[in-house]
Design a protein around this ligand. Structure first.
Ligand code: FES
Length: 170
């Protein structure tokens, strides 16, 4: 099992724990954040593996935020934004989409599987979609197991080793 962690206690007993994936979610305040809120008030149950960071728009998400999340222990990063044409700032989600495409290539260079980074358009009315996306992502990450970064510090701004361009976006 890729996500099993074995530990040995003082008396030599070996116990096996399953490491749950840790996901950082960057959710637009106007849509996906409200959808997650709706899911909560509608008592829709979904995996509790996502720590949500609220942003004003998916266009506000600097690619470095994603790299920092991975470098600091996230097993996956989920971005949630307004559907194309619905962004409150006109072009924000299109900018996010362009950055995400480039970022995927950068992540690949660091050996981060594509399932670990996901961009979804989820409107405020789609509470159940939050459940579907999160549960699906958690399931995939459980199969992959914890992220094993060989060059973690290189992802962080000012870290050692190979440097990542500060502005990956267009
Ligand atoms: S305001 Fe939601 S993605 Fe721009």
């Amino acid at each position: 099992m890729p996500n099993a962690i074995e530990s040995v206690s003082g008396n030599g007993q070996v116990s096996t724990e399953v490491a749950e994936p840790r996901i950082v979610g960057f959710f637009c305040t106007w849509c996906t954040y409200l959808a997650a809120d709706l899911a909560g008030t509608s008592r829709i149950k979904y995996a509790p593996n996502v720590r949500v960071i609220r942003v004003m728009c998916s266009g506000r998400i600097d690619p470095q935020f994603v790299l920092d999340a991975f470098a600091h222990g996230a097993d996956g990063v989920l971005i949630g934004g307004c559907h194309p044409g619905d962004c409150h700032y006109q072009q924000g989600n299109y900018n996010c989409l362009r950055r995400a495409r480039l970022l995927k290539r950068v992540l690949e260079q660091f050996g981060i599987e594509e399932e670990r980074f996901r961009l979804e358009w989820i409107s405020a009315a789609e509470g159940d979609r939050v459940r579907v996306v999160i549960d699906d992502m958690v399931e995939k990450l459980r199969k992959l197991g914890p992220l094993q970064l060989k060059r973690g510090p290189a992802l962080v701004r000012g870290g050692s080793g190979e440097q990542v361009p500060q502005e990956v976006g267009v």
